[in-house]
Design a protein around this ligand. Structure first.
Ligand SMILES: N=c1c2ncn([C@@H]3O[C@H](COP(=O)(O)OP(=O)(O)OP(=O)(O)O)[C@@H](O)[C@H]3O)c2ncn1[C@@H]1O[C@H](COP(=O)(O)O)[C@@H](O)[C@H]1O
Length: 127
């Protein structure tokens, strides 16, 4: 169940009880590990491709092959476009997550390390 607080939800007056301060960070600073989920997800996807466990959705995608994965990337990109066009932030959040996941599956299928994509961004940024 999702609830949207109308004001501070924590007795400390914070927006949420789940503050980054609990993890040893100042609330004003972004958690430096906040993108670690991408690495974790990439590792799980690589593991799925190697082990192909039954009943895993990622296994299903690898079994179906590249055309299915490409179709999903296209579909999810389309859903991102629709959500943005409708100015629906909740939908946009979900569809963006779907797109990122399917993109990571595609990169794994193509044997293109996600690191190399990040390096391109870093290189562009540093110019
Ligand atoms: N992040 C995701 C993720 N995002 C989206 N999806 C799946 O992508 C699908 C998108 O929904 P759709 O309605 O478009 O597709 P569908 O009708 O279910 O399937 P299709 O027949 O269209 O392919 C859903 O089945 C979602 O479960 C994901 N499936 C898995 N993960 C993560 O991948 C990791 C490995 O998951 P498993 O492979 O399932 O163990 C775990 O960390 C998961 O949380």
């Amino acid at each position: 169940m999702l609830v949207e607080p109308k004001g501070p939800a924590c007795h400390t007056g914070s927006y949420s009880c789940f503050s980054s301060a609990d993890a040893g960070f100042k609330e004003s600073e972004p958690d430096p590990d906040r993108y670690a989920i991408l690495t974790e997800l990439q590792n799980v996807i690589a593991q799925r491709e190697k082990e192909m466990p039954k009943d895993a959705y990622t296994t299903y995608l690898f079994e179906k092959g590249v055309d299915k994965i490409l179709k999903k990337v296209g579909e999810e990109a389309g859903e991102v476009i629709i959500a943005a066009k409708n100015r629906d932030p909740e939908e946009l959040k979900w569809e963006s997550a779907d797109l990122l996941y399917h993109l990571l599956v595609l990169l794994q299928e193509q044997k293109l390390p996600f690191d190399e994509v990040l390096s391109v961004l870093k290189e562009r940024h540093s110019k």
